[in-house]
Design a protein around this ligand. Structure first.
Ligand code: CP
Length: 308
């Protein structure tokens, strides 16, 4: 039984909660990949409050809801809602609560999803809050690892790029603490190292980790290269961004003969060369597609467990 009403942080999950969602997602794969629509959530409405841009998260939540027979309403930027006229986030969320059976929130500031979950009665899902967490991305990352590698226990994974501001690597690091014998290589420039708070969490959950500044030293040791974008929008000074941009680029030549997969939450800029796209190493597009069954599992579980 899945106990959580809201999905705010992956730190609220126990291993059995993760496994529940991954198993449900697996059962929903056929509908996710077909042209079929089930009636599991017929008549239900998902509120999509995206204060910050998104392609994959918003579209896959909407697709997931529609595949389950429900529908979605919402906005794609604050500019297209009455927030642009000065309406508060709290009032906006209360309106959405009246129209919807669950809310999906993306915001540039950490803690907004939690704040909304405290003032509405419907389930709230954090779809990315600033440099904080992106828990549903982590669930689809774990689903992809489970499918492609066959196990999450005993995983050796390199997290590469922007480890300071990258919410996907923060959530994923916390989730890997639920599994056994995981080794994480943290590959980043000095300026974008993993925050101390996450390193503390890794120590608390007995995850072995090593901080390195180059890919060459770890590429033969890992099952997964998890690459992230250097996030221009998180830098106050553009000069600081330009100094680091392009620091780590994965290409086909460096992967030849390796026994690993390449993942990326996307969007990518230049950190994975397009010559990797047509190789067996590319699992980043599959990863994005896996968002649909995983988010179907999340919506089905939360909305059925918490009827309005
Ligand atoms: N992975 C991810 O969150 O992508 P979007 O920003 O396009 O939603």
């Amino acid at each position: 039984m899945f106990k959580l009403k809201n999905i705010i942080s992956i730190k609220d999950f126990e291993r059995e909660d993760v496994e529940f969602i991954l198993n449900e997602a697996s059962k929903l794969e056929d509908i996710a990949q077909s042209k079929e629509v089930s009636d599991e959530l017929k008549g239900k409405i998902l509120g999509l409050m995206f204060f910050e841009p998104s392609t994959r998260t918003r579209m896959s939540f909407e697709t997931a809801m529609k595949r389950l027979g429900g529908d979605g309403i919402g906005f794609e930027t604050s500019g297209s809602s009455s927030v642009s006229k000065g309406e508060s986030i709290a009032d906006t969320a209360k309106m959405f609560e009246g129209y919807s059976d669950a809310l999906v929130i993306r915001h540039e500031y950490e803690g907004v999803s939690k704040f909304i979950s405290d003032i509405v009665d419907v389930p709230v899902i954090n779809a990315g809050d600033g440099a904080g967490q992106h828990p549903t991305q982590t669930l689809l990352d774990l689903y992809t690892i489970q499918k492609e590698i066959g196990h999450i226990d005993d995983l050796k994974i390199a997290l590469i790029g922007d480890l300071k501001y990258g919410r996907t690597v923060h959530s994923l690091s916390n989730a890997l603490g639920l599994f056994n014998n995981v080794k994480i290589y943290l590959v980043s420039p000095q300026e974008l190292k993993m925050p101390q708070e996450i390193l503390h969490d890794l120590n608390e959950t007995n995850v072995e980790y090593e901080e390195v500044d180059n890919i060459e030293s770890i590429i033969d040791k890992v099952n997964v290269l998890y690459v992230t974008r250097i996030q221009k929008e998180r830098f106050g000074d553009i000069e600081d961004y330009l100094k680091i941009k392009g620091a780590y680029i994965i290409n086909k030549k460096m992967l030849e003969g390796k026994d690993l997969i390449v993942m990326h939450p996307l969007p990518r800029i230049d950190e994975i060369d397009s010559d990797v796209d047509d190789t067996k190493y590319n699992k980043y597009f599959t990863q994005a597609t896996n968002a649909v069954p995983v988010r179907m599992a999340i919506l089905k579980t939360l909305i059925k467990n918490n009827p309005k």
